[in-house]
Ligand binder design. Structure first.
Ligand SMILES: Nc1ncnc2c1ncn2[C@@H]1O[C@H](COP(=O)(O)OP(=O)(O)OP(=O)(O)O)[C@@H](O)[C@H]1O
Ligand SMILES: [Mg+2]
Length: 311
């Protein structure tokens, strides 16, 4: 499989570990952790660990952009970004180890000029022509408009690649209009998409089926600790979560999606691909922050995952 991933608003994540975080006071940092990423970069970094040939693209700017570019290349990913004016954002997370509080301070990221947006469209078109799958997901600067993923998916599909979308809100709703091949909403994202709360597995099933009717080939709905439900090729699958000690659920969905993509490279059986998805997600939740487990670790629980064909 040749995979490309697009990150429109990457970030350098800085986590400060402090004790007794105080507003209006001086906080001394015990430990700092720096992670390079954004959803697309994380998906690429996971995919290369599984031997998937991967290119990462999107926008990068300034010094932080250079750091991310270096990280991407060092990970063995081909970097093919559009370099823009300004500075790639820093997202600060403050973890209070004493009171177990988590505070996020996220920058909006640099504005993208119309010319840079056009360059991105051309780049993605070239990438898609050389890829089997192109992943788009994560947040983006509001100046790009909520139809940005829709436009990207149109370009990707025009070049004959399959489009994978992991977005939320209006960007997800509009993106679906371009018929992505795979989407992976979580419960909240699916609820806001259908406009009602989800209470039962059959609510999820109904929504997933409706999305397939709207032209999405594969709908993977991740339900946090409640596992996942997938609609693939006219069938509905229930994937059960494994019991695991949770360190961090951030990026669990991305890991789930990666596991599914990896599964597609080794089996034609959707149920088996979903076993990989769950194994990858389980390995991720047992890992701290945005760190990515090794391949051996990712697939470790494959054999333990139960997948039931519901319909
Ligand atoms: N508490 C948990 N216990 C067991 N498995 C979990 C837990 N939380 C998440 N998972 C696993 O991770 C998968 C994805 O989780 P979730 O639905 O929270 O993704 P998400 O919200 O899209 O995450 P992100 O966007 O941060 O990557 C679930 O389908 C499940 O397999
Ligand atoms: Mg998610």
């Amino acid at each position: 499989m040749i995979l490309s991933t697009i990150t429109l608003n990457p970030a350098v994540d800085k986590t400060y570990y402090v004790r007794n975080f105080t507003v209006n006071g001086l906080n001394r940092v015990d430990r700092v952790k720096v992670n390079m990423g954004g959803k697309g970069v994380n998906v690429a970094a996971t995919a290369v660990k599984c031997g998937i040939h991967c290119t990462a693209g999107g926008f990068l700017s300034g010094y932080n952009g250079q750091q991310i570019s270096k990280y991407v290349k060092d990970a063995g990913i081909t970097a093919d970004f559009v370099h823009t004016e300004g500075e790639t954002r820093i997202n600060i997370k403050v973890v209070d180890t004493e009171n177990q509080t988590y505070t996020d301070i996220n920058e909006v990221g640099p504005e993208i000029s119309a010319a840079d947006r056009e360059t991105l469209f051309t780049k993605i078109s070239d990438m898609a022509a050389k890829s089997d799958y192109v992943y788009v997901g994560g947040s983006f600067h509001p100046c790009l408009g909520n139809d940005i993923y829709k436009r990207l998916i149109e370009i990707i599909k025009e070049k004959g690649a399959k489009a994978v979308l992991d977005a939320d809100g209006e960007a997800l709703r509009l993106g679906i209009e371009a018929h992505p091949d795979i989407i992976k909403p979580n419960q909240t994202e699916l609820e806001s998409l259908i406009g009602t709360k989800i209470k039962t597995v059959s609510d999820v099933t109904r929504a997933a089926k409706a999305l397939c009717k709207n032209g999405v080939e594969t709908v993977l709905v991740s339900l946090g600790g409640n596992g996942a439900v997938a609609a693939i090729g006219g069938r509905i699958y229930r994937v059960y979560a494994l019991n695991a000690s949770v360190r961090s659920t951030v990026g669990a969905g991305d890991s789930f999606l990666c596991g599914y993509l990896y599964g597609l490279t080794v089996t034609e059986d959707a149920a088996e691909a979903l076993q990989y998805a769950m194994a990858f997600a389980t390995a991720k939740i047992q890992t701290e922050g945005t760190d990515i487990p090794d391949f051996e670790n990712l697939k470790q629980d494959f054999g333990k995952v139960t997948v039931e064909i519901m319909e």
